[in-house]
Design a protein around this ligand. Structure first.
Ligand SMILES: Nc1nc2c(ncn2[C@@H]2O[C@H](COP(=O)(O)OP(=O)(O)O)[C@@H](O)[C@H]2O)c(=O)[nH]1
Ligand SMILES: [Mg+2]
Ligand SMILES: [Zn+2]
Length: 310
């Protein structure tokens, strides 16, 4: 029998079976994932094969191939990762032009990591009821920019509910994650599209504050039949994907297209002659903010290398 893991405490897993029933499972023996050094073998979102025993106990005996997953480093010192969730269909990155300002560096880092994890992102520009005319211009500029790269953008307000019905529709039949800096309105949006989930998440966060659960606790809520929202406590998005310098520009999708015309195959788009990315930047076909974000990720990467060599 197969099902989807909707709850994980690190040792016991809640599985929603294909027939609609719910089963509490354990992982059998030392069943481990191939290829990933992970502290948890099974994650929320995994499609699993379950073996039901006659005594009523149930075991996860296999994991079906994942289309993607998001991780968090188990600790700074260890190379092990903790898989937060897998098989996400969509990630909604909630951003605000002001109150608080979401920086384009933050947006671009997030988008690059999502590309690396192969998770589609929709940009949700929230609090549009608050913006003055300068901020509205900034909003429209950003939407035009990200749409031109190929990202879907949505404007919302939880005050007058603009865009929230569209957001809910986009989540239909999908496994979604809401991410974004603190204060941008994730909880408010969740409350607008799925009040019953928002209440449940609030309850869990309060329990977390009192330290009753470990941080490995993640849950996926079914708020409409077949529509799930993943809640990962204490995580505003997912960790930056640990990418190599050479692959970094692949995850800035418009760079990747341009780089087909760079003179050198291993062009880093920083100083090389005949660089199509630099040419596009000069002629205004590439947004300076995108290039800045790319440079900041490159720099951080080389600093990281320097540190680890010490
Ligand atoms: N004006 C305005 N305020 C909002 C909107 N969405 C959320 N807020 C407010 O912004 C603050 C932070 O919202 P919250 O949902 O807790 O953000 P989170 O930290 O991302 O979960 C709260 O005071 C909300 O009432 C919006 O669309 N318009
Ligand atoms: Mg919140
Ligand atoms: Zn180049």
């Amino acid at each position: 029998m197969q099902g989807i893991v909707i709850k994980s405490s690190g040792s016991v897993y809640g599985v929603r079976m294909d027939d609609g029933s719910s089963v509490e499972c354990r992982v059998k023996g030392n069943f481990r994932l191939k290829g990933i050094k992970s502290t948890n073998p099974v994650a929320v979102g995994d499609y699993v094969e379950v073996s039901l025993r006659e005594d009523g106990t149930a075991y996860i005996v296999d994991i079906l191939p994942r289309k993607n997953y998001i991780v968090r480093k188990a600790s700074n010192l260890s190379k092990q990762s903790h898989i937060l969730a897998s098989n996400l269909d969509l990630c909604f990155l909630v951003v605000t032009v002001s109150h608080p300002v979401t920086s384009t560096t933050f947006i671009d880092r997030f988008l690059a990591s999502a590309e690396a994890y192969r998770i589609p992102v929709v940009l949700v520009f929230n609090k549009i009821d608050l913006y003055n005319s300068t901020e509205s211009d900034e909003l429209n500029y950003l939407i035009a920019l990200y749409e031109s790269i190929g990202y879907m953008c949505l404007k919302t307000s939880t005050v007058d509910n603009s865009g929230t019905a569209t957001l809910k529709k986009m989540m239909q039949g999908k496994v979604s994650l809401l991410a974004g800096n603190s204060g941008v309105g994730k909880s408010s949006l969740l409350n607008a599209v799925a009040p019953q989930v928002a209440a449940r998440v609030g309850e869990i966060s309060r329990t977390h504050d009192t330290g009753m659960h470990t941080t490995t606790y993640t849950e996926m809520f079914e708020f409409m039949p077949g529509s799930f929202i993943v809640d990962t406590p204490g995580v505003k998005g997912f960790g930056t994907y640990d990418m190599e310098v050479e692959e970094m520009s692949h995850y800035f999708v418009e760079f990747f297209e341009l780089s087909q015309n760079c003179k050198y195959g291993n062009c880093t788009h920083t100083h090389e002659p005949g660089c199509a990315v630099l040419e596009a930047l000069k002629s205004g076909r590439l947004a300076p903010s995108r290039y800045q974000s790319y440079l900041s990720m490159l720099e951080e990467k080389s600093e990281g290398k320097y540190r680890s060599a010490e």
